[in-house]
Design a protein around this ligand. Structure first.
Ligand code: HEC
Ligand code: HEC
Ligand code: HEC
Ligand code: HEC
Length: 502
């Protein structure tokens, strides 16, 4: 790896920022040397128990633990009821919250109604792949079982294995503490998109550790023969980067396979669900272009006496402006806060229009089917809806996009709006051809109304989830503690909250 490959920027600001980064990197070298004398956390394999790193690296551990302070749930279906219509027939219409601290990654994955209420290792709606971005136990199990084996079976199969939330072993080598990529899907995607992993710079690693998870992906069905000679199909997390990282390039990739994540329950559209292409969208923005890494803003350096360390409380950089933005910029805190707020407001306005248009397009298409429209009439409409929703989703599922890459975000939302409008115009014609004039889509202005239209049996889902939490989940945790995979002390004082109550 070439640690000192620093790109030449164009502007004075860029040069200043570069100088700052170069300083940080050489400052880091001193720390690195000190680190060389520290004991090895685990000589062989991956140490997934975060508390086992604490004694060696108390500052990093204590700051990492602060991600536990993120103790509110923002129910996005409550905030933006259109979402339940847009995702009708798909898990996200059941439950979808804004992201919070890394400490809660596992709890939120277990609590979400999307992962259902399994009663044993072979039941439930989701594959094991849903654990992929939640825990350092994932690379540990992959190393123990094999990658295809990890990706085989139901989510519930690994319930007593994946028990420590996102932590040290996700981003660091357990033997050397060096930053490392623990998820093979990222290495494959980099190669598919033309990057040789040997050319990755140190500064790039400070973003790529995040790109293991904050990226778009799908589950690729992959046939293999297991150790016992049995034919199996793994659902392997795959990043659709082979044609490029832009929304349009990924859409072309998916279209070339006729891929769909699900069929929309109301409009019957073969849909794509964008996950969280945060890294991809970030790459189109000015900070990425000038060589700024995710860690520069989300993990700033802190000074404690003679020791400089990276703040592992990954959260909102604006909570901590003097250590983040102001290390490179000269503006005041107020100026920065209002600047970021302005970017958010512009995105919100276009996003609301896009979601309203898309919601209506689905409902109008549902009506068209109901009054007798045929496949040939509907095909161009559904193609527009698929594309519009993909572009909208790509731009907003990439959390923080309004700030990371505002121009690209607004461009995507504008094109999404145009396509959704085109679909609706065509639908006026289709509906008229079947004798329906002036159709008004039903009201979907609250979560309850929207979920009803989307056919989500909320009370039933919640009931089943509560039973799961009282039974199988308890067994998982007991097994993990008994096997020494989980230290129950690390969960002490952790609140258990979700978007629903029984
Ligand atoms: C999401 C990825 C991620 C996780 C999780 C993570 N780190 Fe880091 N860590 C980083 C990055 C990025 C740096 C900065 C690397 C650099 O610039 O040298 C870093 C730096 C470090 C360093 C070098 C000194 C410093 O502070 O810059 C140590 C030691 C360290 N981390 C320990 C830990 C420990 C212990 C944990 C678990 C409690 C942990 N890390 C969790 C990404 C992570
Ligand atoms: C192993 C997967 C993984 C890695 C690696 C990872 N993240 Fe995350 N990140 C997540 C998940 C999952 C969530 C949502 C957790 C939740 O809502 O319970 C999240 C949440 C976040 C949040 C929201 C926090 C909040 O309080 O609102 C930020 C910001 C974030 N990550 C930034 C980063 C950055 C920067 C890096 C790299 C230094 C990184 N993440 C590395 C998976 C990961
Ligand atoms: C130049 C600074 C900067 C860089 C570099 C940066 N971010 Fe951000 N990020 C921000 C700001 C500012 C926000 C918006 C915080 C807010 O208002 O919620 C944000 C928001 C986020 C969020 C959403 C948090 C939430 O709770 O909704 C995630 C996730 C995130 N960033 C991840 C990343 C990842 C991954 C990278 C690298 C690919 C990255 N960021 C690079 C400044 C930065
Ligand atoms: C590591 C250095 C670095 C950090 C940290 C950083 N920036 Fe920047 N920022 C830059 C560079 C370099 C540019 C590009 C300047 C240019 O090319 O004109 C830039 C450009 C900008 C711009 C102008 C482009 C645009 O998107 O409108 C804004 C605004 C901005 N930064 C805000 C922030 C905020 C807010 C934070 C903290 C969350 C932050 N920056 C953190 C280096 C940094």
């Amino acid at each position: 790896m070439n640690r000192y490959k620093i790109l030449l920027g164009g502007s004075l600001a860029a040069l200043l920022a570069m100088g700052f980064m170069a300083n940080s990197i050489s400052g880091k070298q001193a720390e690195k040397e000190a680190l060389n004398t520290t004991p090895v956390v685990k000589a062989d394999g991956i140490e997934s128990r975060n508390d086992r790193w604490a004694g060696h690296f108390p500052r990093q551990y204590d700051s990492w633990k602060k991600t536990k302070k993120s103790e509110t749930i923002v129910d996005m279906l409550e905030q933006k009821p259109q979402l339940a219509i847009l995702w009708a027939g798909y898990g996200f219409a059941k439950d979808y919250n804004a992201p919070r601290g890394h400490f809660y990654a596992l709890q939120d994955n277990i609590n979400t109604l999307r992962t259902g209420a399994p009663t044993g290792p072979d039941t439930g709606p989701m594959p094991t792949a849903c654990w992929t971005c939640k825990s350092p136990d994932v690379p540990r199990v992959m190393a123990e079982e094999g990658e295809n084996e990890f990706f085989t079976g139901k989510w519930a199969r690994l319930g007593d294995q994946i028990v420590n939330p996102i932590g040290c072993g996700d981003c660091h080598d357990s033997k050397t503490t060096e930053l490392t990529i623990t998820r093979p899907h990222l290495l494959r995607a980099l190669e598919a998109s033309g990057t040789n992993p040997d050319d990755i710079t140190y500064q790039e690693m400070r973003s790529l550790v995040c790109a293991q998870c904050h990226v778009e992906y799908y589950f690729k069905a992959t046939a293999y023969t297991d150790g016992a000679g049995k034919e199996q199909v793994a659902k392997v997390v795959t990043l659709p980067w082979a044609k490029g990282l832009s929304a349009e390039a990924m859409e072309e990739y998916y279209d070339s396979y006729d891929f769909k994540d699900w069929t929309h329950k109301i409009s019957k559209t073969p849909m794509l669900k964008a996950q969280h292409p945060g890294y991809e969208l970030f790459k189109t923005g000015i900070h990425a272009r000038r060589g700024v890494a995710c860690a520069d803003c989300h993990m700033p350096y802190r000074q404690e006496g003679a020791v400089k360390y990276s703040d592992h409380n990954v959260g909102n950089p604006l909570d901590n402006i003097s250590n983040t933005c102001l290390t490179c910029h000269r503006e005041s805190e107020e100026e920065f806060k209002s600047l970021v707020k302005g970017k958010l407001e512009r995105k919100e306005q276009l996003m609301e229009i896009a979601m309203d248009n898309l919601g209506r397009a689905h409902l109008e298409a549902g009506k068209a089917w109901e009054v007798g429209a045929n496949e040939a009439e509907m095909a161009p409409v559904l193609q527009l809806i698929r594309s519009a929703q993909w572009l909208w989703d790509y731009s907003i599922a990439s959390h923080g996009s309004f700030y990371h890459a505002p121009e690209e975000t607004l461009r995507l939302l504008s094109v999404a709006n145009d396509k959704a409008q085109q679909a609706r115009l065509k639908l006026v014609g289709v509906l008229a051809a079947h004798g329906t004039l002036n159709y008004q889509a039903p009201d979907f202005s609250t979560k309850q109304k929207a979920q009803q239209l989307a056919g989500v049996p909320l009370a039933k889902l919640v009931d089943a989830k509560m039973t799961f939490k009282d039974t199988l989940l308890k067994e998982w945790d007991q097994n993990a503690v008994q096997a020494g995979r989980l230290n129950p002390e690390t969960r002490k004082g952790m609140s258990d909250i979700s978007s629903y109550t029984r």
